[in-house]
Design a protein around this ligand. Structure first.
Ligand SMILES: C[S@@+](CC[C@H](N)C(=O)[O-])C[C@H]1O[C@@H](n2cnc3c(N)ncnc32)[C@H](O)[C@@H]1O
Length: 216
């Protein structure tokens, strides 16, 4: 699929909706996850199409975006990266809060195209990168990680990398709703939020989400 075909798919299969905890940001939002995943897989020639995580603002990302918008000094004038940006809610929040630049990075190409559409709809500019950034350092001042602690292999690669960045002076913040693979040590809690969630995705209607900073 070309980028234009992916964008057309996203526009045809999602609606524009405000994120519940961050109503100032409107995102292309999916309905039920399985039919959307099946529709994407039918359109896409790739042998394995990942789940359409890009079609929702996840609880961890919503809380982190809320925190950034309510504490703009965390990102104002800084070079920021949003790791695993999905639909881009955290990156968009950082841009709205006055970041000098925002890299929105995701290894899934649908996420990049969803973030592109969402950035335009919210009137911000993002540097979009289809990549797995683990192990790299582009000299970011702030690294934001919304809801990425759901897989053991991913967490095992992500945690030491983020610790290295923090040790070099990068501010590393994550939003997490109690996923199984969040590191247990070296995190300072900055805030807690109650976030409305979609039962189809989370089996519950609300989650308590913590915004945490990795201790340098
Ligand atoms: C649960 S979603 C969270 C999306 C967004 N941060 C939010 O909170 O709404 C996780 C995202 O991380 C991306 N991802 C997973 N592993 C990654 C990696 N190693 N590098 C970049 N992106 C990754 C997935 O493609 C997916 O879009």
């Amino acid at each position: 699929m070309t980028p234009a075909e992916r964008q057309a798919f996203i526009l045809a299969n999602t609606i524009a909706a405000p994120a519940p905890l961050v109503p100032e940001i409107t995102l292309r939002t999916g309905g039920l996850s399985m039919p959307l995943w099946e529709a994407a897989a039918l359109m896409d020639a790739r042998p394995a199409v990942p789940p359409p995580y890009w079609a929702w603002a996840w609880a961890g990302g919503q809380a982190l975006a809320r925190h950034v918008l309510d504490h703009r000094e965390l990102v104002r004038g800084r070079r920021v990266a949003d790791i695993g940006c999905g639909g881009g809610i955290v990156a968009i929040a950082a841009a709205l809060a006055g970041a000098e630049s925002v890299s929105a990075i995701d290894l899934e190409v649908f996420a990049i195209e969803a973030s592109r559409l969402n950035a335009i709809a919210n009137g911000v500019t993002l540097e979009l990168e289809e990549a797995d950034p683990i192990g790299t350092d582009a000299g970011w001042d702030v690294v934001l990680v919304g809801d990425l602690w759901y897989e053991p292999e991913l967490a095992a690669r992500m945690a030491p990398w983020l610790r290295e960045l923090a040790a070099r002076g990068t501010a590393v913040l994550t939003g997490d709703p109690g996923r199984a693979h969040l590191p247990v040590e070296g995190l300072d809690e900055l805030a807690r939020y109650e976030v409305s969630t979609i039962v189809d995705l989370e089996d519950v209607t609300t989650k308590t989400v913590r915004v945490l900073r990795l201790t340098p």
